[in-house]
Design a protein around this ligand. Structure first.
Ligand SMILES: O=C(O)CCC(=O)C(=O)O
Length: 315
């Protein structure tokens, strides 16, 4: 189903070809945009499947393997596997028989990790030295705020679940095409969140009897072509589908003071420290109220919500 009511809420993501304008937009507007025609260095011409297989020789990577196009983190419908980088590229780009046994229906997804994935932040410059001088990042953030750079390499047809990140980031599309759908943070009530992920997997064909509020969510949508970069502001929910075999680089940076971020968060996807504390206090508050008879609990939950709402209204 592609409901016409849902179509009403689709906004095309706008594009710029001027980095200065783009940087201003990040500062003032905090909405997604595509930056076109930036010079990323040789990666744009070079980084195809053959080149990557030849160039990155001695590396193994931990990947997601899924028999479904819609990867579902909440119900874990995929497996983690470790493969040589070369083999991942072979499988993801061809999805057919290779030296290893391969199921034609399997789809592959790499979100690259640091050298020690428990301690190190992913950084393509360090983790893939053979490629490091072939990519240049657009000047959309201060270098001192750089947090991580992550490969996103995917089979055709694979969809990454809708989620938000707590840091501003850009996704540089280097090879292949992606469809990106974004939802503003103000729609978080319509997205049936579980942690940082939405439970609505099939965003083009949602089960509205289960997720009726999803019909009100405003979608921003675009196709990312090779050579495009999309700015994804923190807290904007996004859902990404690889239209073809795809190589992208995702760069994250800290746009708030260091103290707001959890120190040991190597993935950069933990909620801000203040928010984690707030969730903890909320759990404690719920435990307290659970001790009361139901009608008291209902009454006081409403009063607590009023208190939060008043705080927002007073802003
Ligand atoms: O490109 C992808 O597969 C996911 C990108 C993403 O989640 C991001 O840019 O934050």
């Amino acid at each position: 189903m592609f409901d016409s009511d849902l179509m009403v809420n689709v906004v095309p993501v706008q594009s710029f070809s001027d980095e200065t304008l783009a940087k201003e937009w990040i500062k003032n507007k905090r909405e997604p945009f595509i930056l076109k025609n930036f010079d990323y260095g040789p990666c744009l011409q070079k980084w195809n499947a053959e080149y990557m297989m030849e160039k990155v020789n001695n590396k193994t990577v931990k990947i997601h393997v899924s028999s479904k196009s819609e990867m579902d983190f909440i119900n874990k419908n995929f497996l983690y596997r470790t493969l040589p980088f070369k083999e991942l590229i072979k499988r993801a780009s061809q999805n057919k028989q290779t030296d290893f046994f391969i199921d034609e229906n399997e789809k592959y997804y790499l979100r690259s990790l640091g050298a020690d994935d428990r301690k190190d932040v992913a950084d393509i410059q360090k983790d893939y030295p053979e490629l490091s001088n072939e990519i240049r990042y657009p000047p959309l953030f201060e270098l001192e705020n750089f947090f991580s750079s992550v490969f996103r390499i995917s089979s055709a047809g694979l969809r990454l679940w809708t989620h938000y990140d707590i840091m501003d980031n850009i996704l540089i599309q280097i090879n292949g095409k992606k469809r990106v759908v974004l939802f503003p943070p103000s729609d978080v009530d319509n997205l049936y969140m579980k942690g940082d992920k939405s439970q609505v997997l099939e965003i083009d064909n949602p089960d509205l009897s289960k997720y009726p509020l999803f019909a009100h969510a405003k979608k921003y949508e675009c196709i990312l072509e090779a050579g495009d970069v999309i700015f994804i502001p923190s807290l904007w929910l996004h859902n990404v589908i690889s239209v073809s075999f795809s190589i992208g680089v995702n760069v994250f940076w800290k746009h708030l003071d260091d103290e707001f971020y959890e120190k040991k968060d190597v993935y950069g996807n933990k909620d801000l420290v203040a928010a984690q504390k707030a969730f903890l206090f909320a759990d404690k508050a719920i435990n307290e109220l659970n001790r009361l008879p139901l009608h008291y609990k209902e009454f006081y939950i409403k009063r607590v919500i009023q208190k939060f709402q008043k705080n927002l209204d007073d802003e």
